[in-house]
Write a protein that binds this ligand. Structure first.
Ligand code: 48F
Length: 275
């Protein structure tokens, strides 16, 4: 052990620390102004979707309004940090190295913090880039209202009083936008408030039906725009599912497969819009 008066750390001045921060962030942000896919929301569906796309070599950005990633995956429900999943989701837990317990036929429970941190690490390891503390404010469109990017701003800007924040957002462009913002369907709602798409919101709870339907309806909702996770439920008026997470993971995986096809053959986006 070094003596207390010894200098343990490499020497750096304050300016060196600041410069490292600014240069690295600016260089990464510059790279992300144009990407293959932007996923709005870093909940379970967005994280697993991003992981798979990044593993396939697509330039993948997740925009998350909170400082932390994970969305509802930290807490299973009612402030209890156990996550419940139904088969076949145990295969995904195995792939991610998440420990879990079998509590009934086809019913599994994992620790929220362990499951969530493993999923975040898997997404980052795969090469997903993240803009956190960043909120989606609107969408960018091209001909036929095809979604071509997102309008974003620092999350704290929204919390400041109007009279002291005349801070315009910035826009980033991409080949495919995926709404993984959960019940709010925050991205799709920007088209809904203009009457371009209808978002009825979730129906009453029915877990057995909801999980299957969310996965089945996962896909393109509008040219250039997909829905995964609970956003699917809100867009199609599917039943709420409550604290069961298998469909979030399966929807994210299915969403990644569809997005990969769209990035490779962009014209397909018009034909794939779910009816
Ligand atoms: O809600 P969330 O976990 O979405 P999910 O992947 O999973 C839903 C489950 O957690 C649970 C459930 C089913 O078991 O009912 O609710 O569909 O994560 C959504 C993420 O999107 C972020 C939000 O902070 C959260 O981390 N988000 C929401 N609106 C915005 C946003 C926005 N406007 N800009 C950026 N991020």
């Amino acid at each position: 052990m070094p003596e207390l008066h010894d200098s343990v750390f490499a020497h750096a001045d304050e300016k060196d620390v600041t410069r490292a921060l600014v240069r690295e962030f600016a260089a990464q942000f510059d790279e992300l102004i144009e990407s293959d896919v932007i996923i709005a929301g870093a909940g379970p569906s967005g994280l697993i979707c991003g992981k798979i796309l990044a593993e396939q070599g697509f330039k993948t950005l997740i925009v998350e309004r909170n400082n932390y990633l994970g969305g509802g995956f930290w807490i299973g429900g009612y402030l209890m940090n156990k996550v419940v999943l139904r088969a076949p989701s145990d295969d995904i837990l195995d792939d991610l190295g998440i420990p879990y317990k079998s509590v009934g036929p086809g019913l599994f429970v994992a620790d929220g913090p362990h499951a969530c941190s493993r999923l975040i690490a898997a997404a980052c390891d795969a090469g997903v880039k993240v803009l956190n503390m960043t909120s989606v404010e609107d969408v960018v469109v091209r001909e036929g209202n095809r979604v071509a990017g997102l309008v974003i701003n620092w999350t704290p800007v929204q919390a400041l009083p109007r009279q002291i924040t005349c801070v315009d957002p910035v826009a980033i462009e991409t080949k495919v936008v995926i709404d993984a913002t959960g019940h709010d369907a925050s991205v799709i709602s920007h088209l809904a408030r203009r009457g371009i798409i209808n978002v009825p919101g979730c129906d009453p709870m029915w877990v057995d039906r909801s999980e299957d339907e969310v996965v089945n309806r996962t896909g393109v909702v509008h040219p250039g725009l997909m829905a995964i996770g609970m956003a699917v439920s809100s867009v199609y008026g599917l039943p709420r599912m409550g604290p069961s997470f298998g469909a979030m993971l399966l929807s994210g995986i299915k969403g990644a497969e569809i997005a990969a096809d769209l990035i490779r053959t962009p014209a397909a986006t018009h034909e794939l819009v779910a009816k």
